[in-house]
Unconditional design. Sequence first.
Length: 65
Amino acid sequence: MTETKQTSTTKTDRRPDCVTEIRMGNSVLTVSGFFKQGATDTAADKMMKVLEAEAAAGHTPPFSA
């Protein structure tokens, strides 16, 4: 089996804000995330925007509690 390593050509001087590793069988997928520098929105603010957009579009959950 041949291993293929994919890397980004973009170089940065800062460390990632979050790193997630997902294991699938014998493979490991590593995802590094960067947040926009100088951003003022919190995760809660972003989720509220998503919920407001879904409510405006008329989406309903697939089940009711």
